[in-house]
Design a protein around this ligand. Structure first.
Ligand code: THU
Length: 137
């Protein structure tokens, strides 16, 4: 069934990508020279975003997704439903493996990711994910 048929509003991916690009423009990436921006929709309609923040102690650098989940939690929590990530050229980028795990915590297997290979559920980007459900069974 299409989004229109269910009455759910269609996701404006271009607008969401623009939020990610704005976040990318605020990245602090003096060591890698590789700015990243991310943005996501929350199930209550909010939009959250983040940029990477590196550190002179290289291993302490924070991926853009760290900022996004921090903003999510600090602005009321909720579930991530749609996510996009862009590189320094504003092109669609896949989130790194660690960040797929971060996203899984707050979006679960049904979170839709915009990837260079199209729209994919997180279950296809992080198969057989370990998650909160393993700790409670
Ligand atoms: N980076 C992110 O912010 N998110 C990703 O999903 C991929 C990688 C950042 C980390 C580092 O600051 C830079 O990109 C180069 O790896």
């Amino acid at each position: 069934m299409t989004a229109a048929a269910t009455g759910a509003p269609a996701v404006d991916w271009e607008a969401l990508r623009e939020v990610a690009r704005e976040a990318m423009s605020r990245a602090y990436a003096p060591y890698s020279g590789y700015p990243v921006g991310v943005a996501a929709l929350v199930d209550d309609g909010r939009v959250v975003s983040g940029c990477n923040v590196e550190n002179a102690s290289y291993g302490l650098g924070l991926c853009a997704e760290c900022g996004l989940v921090s903003q999510l939690q600090n602005t009321g929590g909720g579930r991530l439903t749609h996510f996009t990530c862009v590189d320094g050229d504003g092109e669609i980028l896949v989130p790194c493996g660690r960040c797929r795990q971060l996203l899984y915590e707050f979006g679960g297997p049904g979170l839709i990711l915009e990837t260079p290979a199209g729209l994919l559920p997180l279950s296809e980007m992080l198969p057989q994910a370990f998650g909160p459900e393993h700790l409670t069974k």
